[in-house]
Design a protein around this ligand. Structure first.
Ligand SMILES: [Zn+2]
Ligand SMILES: [Zn+2]
Ligand SMILES: [Zn+2]
Length: 113
């Protein structure tokens, strides 16, 4: 499973995420984390593609000491929502008729397969 560090959530909006630790504020090049972390459960034993955990844990929120019992890069994550909102503003895109939740869920269907 190749993870490029760039997550495309619609044909026109891209959220930068660190390919090693998942942080939204730096890229892999500037990452200080040594081990790759599973983006699904937060374990360093395996990568996301091999994850068998039933419990999802948000790496970013855990690191920022926030409630983290939600999936990483889902609309449940306040930090991810913030990143999407900022990116939309930067690209001058609006949500149209959709709510942010609908926008993210719709985008997930295109990419997280
Ligand atoms: Zn990182
Ligand atoms: Zn895992
Ligand atoms: Zn989160």
């Amino acid at each position: 499973m190749g993870y490029s560090g760039r997550v495309k959530i619609t044909p026109s909006i891209c959220i930068m995420a660190c390919g090693k630790c998942g942080d939204l504020q730096h890229s892999q090049r500037f990452c200080e984390v040594k081990d790759k972390i599973c983006f699904r459960c937060g374990s360093t034993d395996h990568e996301r593609g091999k994850c068998k955990s039933a419990v999802q844990k948000c790496l970013i929120c855990a690191r920022h000491k926030r409630p983290s019992t939600h999936g990483f890069m889902t609309y449940l994550c306040p930090l991810y929502r913030e990143a999407v909102e900022k990116q939309l503003a930067r690209e001058g895109m609006g949500l149209g008729e959709r709510t942010l939740e609908e926008f993210i869920m719709e985008s997930d269907e295109h990419t997280l397969s």
